[in-house]
Design a protein around this ligand. Structure first.
Ligand code: GCU
Length: 623
């Protein structure tokens, strides 16, 4: 053993103890709004990879993190140095160029058989040339998402880290890049963490890797970092919002917000902090409001000196009135369906526009006008496409089941992820509900945790509805209700119930009645039953399509008599992978509650739900 490590061990053990407490979460540089539409150099493609199960390039053999020691102390063993042997005598225990490759974006589990169950660290490497034509410009390295913990190294130096598997992060690297042959090495670690968000138990597959797009974005020294453009929820005859500049000389800048289709040109100037706010009357401007039958989007352009960005934005209002949800002031019924961010046909994370089109085409075929994107923020192709197609969305952060409620670091992680999805999707008309949690225990510390998140969300965006998927409970008179104290802080009462599946068989639904002690819209955010496509039996044979269909029949009748009902989202659009599903005949690692199977087959229940929604839609249009 190298004796030089001894003083270091003592030092680092102490450092380690301190760091966990004091060091805030590693995070990205300020996120860039509308990175989706910014001209960019894609880094998608095949990246070399190295599996590092024992984190040999993170810690030395005495678990001293390389991050906490000087370069001369960890020699050349770390793969992120991206070295090549100097000569035949040179000992290097890795070689990037001969390493296998993984496709980015993509989870590693579905690409390499032996990685299907892999949970740990994998290192990725790619090379790129500096795409800037003007070296004075800024260069942003943007990740649309990677699961779960990501460490980024450029040319052998650490750039930064991010924790959270479903939201974007980015780093300015303009200072570190070379004109040619930059080495980008990224560690992704999907090990589950009991104090993480999500925690270490979920009913979905823990897909790991660079699961979403990676790209380079060139920006001028002063650039448009953020903006919000929408109808004022209090005065919808006004357009309201702001533009935030970042970089050098942001104060007192003249900029312009324009929308040719609306013949709108709004001159703006920034304050000391580089922010310009606006409230523009729309009197005399005829606007087509965005809605599910007419998803009208308007092209807005923001120009600030050398920088310009454009975005297609729908203008609509969403609010509640008693037990109704009003879209543009008119009651709407949410004909919904839940979906995971997975393409069952590929057995992998969905990560492309094509995947989003597949999932939304299925939802459209069901005559759904609403999707619950469970249980974490999905990739940005989903809300962008939902804007185009007129599908309303519920977005959620993975505060799921047994979170470490009293742990401040866990809270910070939840708030960080919430902040990142609010930031990314605040200009998406399709997104109407921010949901903060799913099926969480009735504990005081839980209510405190979620109330903080709700205050944070309302403080950031008061134009959408706040929710959480709660549990149902029994009321004193034997009826069913929702008594979770957090329901007092949400705009709608949303709950999951599995009557006829986890509780009894479908016929028990006959006598069920619900009552609510708050005059709010009710949304049943989950119900369902498992069925193996093609397996048939009588209506009480578990796992048969007939059982699932019978359950749907009973649930739809219950929905018809549910008080204050504004919508529901059956669990779930398609079968999905889950490590909790072990039945060797009916499940084989898949949750079979989809109305569409792993192979894309429509189960009987699909057609029952489709017919129900078709009838509901027709009734709405005839009103
Ligand atoms: C839960 C949970 C889902 C899960 C489903 C099921 O309610 O929210 O994540 O997959 O039930 O058991 O199928």
């Amino acid at each position: 053993m190298k004796t030089k490590w001894i003083p270091l061990i003592i030092g680092s053990v102490l450092a380690l103890a301190v760091s966990a407490q004091e060091n805030p979460l590693p995070s990205s540089d300020a996120l860039l709004q509308n990175a989706f539409n910014r001209p960019a150099t894609s880094l998608n493609g095949d990246w070399h990879y190295l599996v590092d199960r024992y984190e040999t390039s993170v810690y030395n053999f005495w678990r001293i993190p390389f991050d906490s020691v000087q370069p001369e102390d960890y020699g050349r063993d770390a793969v992120w140095l991206d070295e090549t042997p100097k000569d035949k005598t040179d000992r290097l225990e890795y070689d990037w160029d001969s390493a296998a490759t993984l496709t980015v974006p993509g989870d590693w589990n579905s690409q390499v058989e032996e990685l299907l169950f892999y949970e740990g660290s994998i290192w990725y490497r790619t090379r790129f040339d500096d795409p800037r034509t003007n070296a004075q410009d800024k260069l942003l390295l943007y990740f649309a998402g990677a699961n779960y913990r990501t460490d980024v190294y450029l040319n052998g130096r650490k750039v930064g880290s991010h924790i959270g598997g479903f939201t974007p992060f980015n780093f300015f690297i303009g200072q570190q890049v070379k004109p040619k042959g930059n080495s980008l090495v990224v560690r992704v670690d999907n090990q589950r963490d009991p104090s993480g968000v999500p925690t270490d138990v979920t009913d979905w597959w823990n897909y790991g890797g660079l699961t979403r797009d990676v790209k380079l974005i060139t920006l001028p020294q002063t650039y448009i970092q953020d903006y919000s453009i929408r109808l004022d929820p209090e005065r919808p005859e006004e357009l309201t919002g702001y533009v935030q500049l970042e970089g050098s000389g942001v104060a007192g800048q003249e900029l312009k917000l324009s929308c040719p289709e609306l013949d709108l040109v709004i001159p703006l100037s920034t304050d000391q902090s580089g922010k310009a706010t606006f409230n523009q009357s729309l009197k005399g401007v005829s606007i087509e409001r965005w809605d599910t039958e007419n998803p009208r989007l308007y092209e807005f352009a923001i120009t600030a000196g050398p920088d310009r960005t454009t975005d297609r934005i729908g203008l609509r209002t969403i609010e509640t009135r008693g037990s109704e949800i009003l879209l543009n002031g008119k009651p709407i019924f949410l004909r919904g369906i839940c979906s995971h961010e997975e393409n069952p046909l590929k057995g992998s994370r969905a990560n492309s526009e094509a995947d989003a089109r597949q999932l939304m085409a299925w939802a459209r075929e069901l005559q759904a006008n609403f999707m619950r994107l469970a249980h974490y923020p999905h990739n940005e192709y989903m809300p962008r496409l939902a804007d185009e197609l007129g599908i309303l969305l519920w977005e959620e952060i993975p505060v799921y089941w047994t979170i470490d409620w009293k742990n401040e670091a866990t809270y910070a992680l939840a708030e960080q992820q919430l902040g990142e999805v609010l930031f990314r999707d605040k200009n998406r008309a399709s997104v109407i509900i921010w949901s903060l949690a799913n099926e969480t225990p009735d504990l005081e510390e839980k209510v405190r945790f979620l109330r903080r998140l709700a205050e944070y969300a309302r403080g950031y965006d008061n134009s959408r509805l706040i929710s959480a998927a709660l549990f149902k409970s029994k009321s004193a008179d034997g009826k069913m209700t929702v008594s979770d104290p957090f329901s007092a802080y949400t705009d709608i009462i949303a709950f999951n119930e599995y009557l006829g599946w986890y509780e009894g068989t479908p016929e028990i639904l006959d006598g069920v009645e619900f009552v609510f002690n708050q005059q709010k819209p009710v949304l049943v955010s989950e119900w369902g039953a498992g069925a193996l496509a093609g397996f048939h039996g009588d209506a009480l044979t578990r796992w048969s399509e007939e059982y699932q269909d019978y359950l749907y029949q009973e649930q739809l009748e219950l929905m018809d008599r549910m008080p204050q009902l504004a919508g529901f989202t059956p669990w779930i659009l398609s079968d999905f992978r889950s490590p909790r599903r072990m039945h060797p005949q009916y499940q084989k690692g898949w949750n079979r509650k989809g109305v569409i199977s792993q192979e894309g087959e429509r189960k009987q229940a699909f057609y029952r739900l489709q017919a129900y929604y078709d009838k509901k839609k027709k009734a709405e249009t005839e009103k």
